[in-house]
Design a protein around this ligand. Structure first.
Ligand code: UTP
Length: 242
């Protein structure tokens, strides 16, 4: 059976949390390596608090927004190098710097890791573009919350997790998000637009829960949010509407 290609967008705060955590990166690497016979991976790493640190200082020093984005991109590539280190020889030996480089490298390596590519976007958009290019079966967005919520769960305790949503519902949710260097969205609006236009099923999971990440990769039930096309109308409805 052909290997399924999976794109994973992994938040920088998941990969490099507040306290140094070698064991998480080791566990993530070993979970990916264990799934290799059945899957090929393209993993896009975020910048997290280290990117935010550089962006904050750069902004205070008077840098323009695209230069701040370039600082962020450098940090995402640094995080990608950490994961490559943990993955060893199954991974392309350096962070791919463009979608085309990632596509070419994925012909020869079962795992390709990268960070950002161009100013003005985030690594969610890179993951969506890469997923389009390699024809990924799905995207796993491994982030700091266990799914998309009706409101920000950190500030609103009444917020509820949405287990399933359509691409249109995702677009409606991100449309007002503000786009500036270092800001944080549930999903970058550009990434949301890209997955919606190509209808790439996308799972949002809490990235530190490796079991949920593995379940989502395997297409099994997971705790989080599944973003996909609406299910087709039941056969009985179809008959009635004829
Ligand atoms: P992230 O993808 O980590 O952005 O890239 P984020 O969503 O702000 O971070 P998390 O999810 O909270 O960890 C970090 C920064 O790098 C720049 C942007 O400034 C982004 O905010 N970046 C990243 C780009 O300009 N282009 C890219 O392709 C990727």
């Amino acid at each position: 059976m052909a290997q399924e290609k999976i794109a994973i967008s992994i938040g920088g705060s998941i990969l490099v949390p507040d306290n140094e955590d070698t064991s998480y990166i080791k566990q993530l690497a070993s979970a990916l390596l264990d799934m290799l016979p059945s899957y090929k991976f393209l993993v896009v790493c975020g910048g997290g608090k280290i990117a935010r640190y550089y962006i904050t200082i750069g902004r205070a020093l008077g840098a323009d927004e695209s230069s701040l984005d370039e600082l962020g991109i450098e940090v995402t590539r640094l995080n990608a190098r950490l994961l490559i280190t943990a993955l060893g020889e199954k991974a392309y030996y350096k962070p791919a710097e463009s979608i085309d480089e990632a596509r070419l490298a994925s012909n020869n390596y079962p795992i390709v890791v990268m960070g950002g590519t161009h100013p003005g976007q985030t690594t969610d958009a890179v993951a969506a573009l890469a997923a389009e290019k390699i024809k990924a079966a799905r995207i796993i967005n491994a982030t700091s919350v266990d799914g998309v919520y009706t409101d920000d769960p950190r500030t609103n305790p009444a917020a509820k997790r949405i287990d399933r949503m359509t691409f249109k519902e995702l677009m409606d949710k991100v449309v007002y998000a503000k786009m500036e260097a270092g800001s944080s969205f549930i999903f970058d609006p550009l990434g949301a637009k890209l997955i919606s236009r190509s209808r790439i099923p996308t799972a949002v999971v809490f990235g530190r829960d490796i079991q949920q990440l593995v379940n989502a990769v395997r297409g099994q039930p997971f705790v989080g949010t599944m973003i996909s096309s609406p299910p087709p109308a039941p056969a009985s409805d179809a008959k009635e509407s004829r």
